[in-house]
Design a protein around this ligand. Structure first.
Ligand code: ITT
Length: 194
């Protein structure tokens, strides 16, 4: 099945393609010459995911899906959450964001956090959302070099390795994105059987 994944994040593309497998052939907007920045100013992950998919669907009418993901730290009232990509400021990178998170949690005993991924699908002019959650804790320092984003500081519950120390297969098996994308895959497979 060919489907458009509305993302500019190549790490997400790689993970999504590995999770969805060979039955899905993903294209991203930049491969179709769509390079404009899609605004992400919603108040929730759901709003942003639906907006990103809707933005491209309105422009070209194609069925598509988008992923909005946030890291929610309990002691910070769910921050950085919907602001995960720009936590340290608009021009900052993942390293800056992680350092800001570690600073905000300095001396904090409650290190509980979760990744939440919302996938929004627009199919035949209807919108569907799928959620994946991964619970864990934020370490006091970065560990590991794999994955992307906040992975080096996130220890999944029941594991002794951070997401950045797990293999891509191990991460995808338990991750927020793995859970949400497998829901998407099941939905699309059922839909196309009808
Ligand atoms: P899009 O083009 O898909 O919007 P993005 O990078 O802006 O890409 P988000 O708005 O969902 O994506 O931003 C969430 C941020 O959270 C992202 O920049 C990463 O740094 C981080 N993030 C997302 N998924 C992650 C994961 O699986 N592991 C670690 N960090 C992740």
């Amino acid at each position: 099945m060919d489907i458009l994944f509305v993302t500019s994040n190549l790490h997400k593309l790689k993970e999504a393609q590995e999770i969805l497998g060979d039955g899905f052939n993903l294209t991203i907007p930049s491969q179709m010459g769509i390079t404009e920045d899609i605004p992400e100013d919603g108040q929730t992950l759901e709003q942003n995911a639906v907006f990103k998919a809707g933005y491209v669907h309105k422009a070209n009418g194609m069925d598509c899906f988008a992923d909005d993901t946030g890291l929610e730290a309990e002691a910070l009232g769910g921050a950085p959450g919907v602001y995960s990509a720009r936590y340290a400021g608009p021009e900052c990178n993942s390293l800056d964001n992680m350092h800001k998170l570690l600073k905000e949690l300095e001396g904090q005993k409650n290190r509980k956090a979760r990744f939440r991924c919302i996938v929004a699908l627009i199919l035949e002019n209807r919108t569907y959302t799928f959620e994946g959650i991964l619970n864990g804790t934020i370490l006091e320092q970065k560990t590991g070099y794999g994955g992307f984003g906040y992975d080096p500081v996130f220890l999944p519950d029941g594991y002794t390795k951070t997401l950045a120390e797990l293999t891509p297969e191990e991460k995808n098996l338990i991750s927020h994105r793995g859970i949400a994308m497998r829901k998407l895959s099941d939905f699309l497979k059922n839909h196309h059987q009808k």
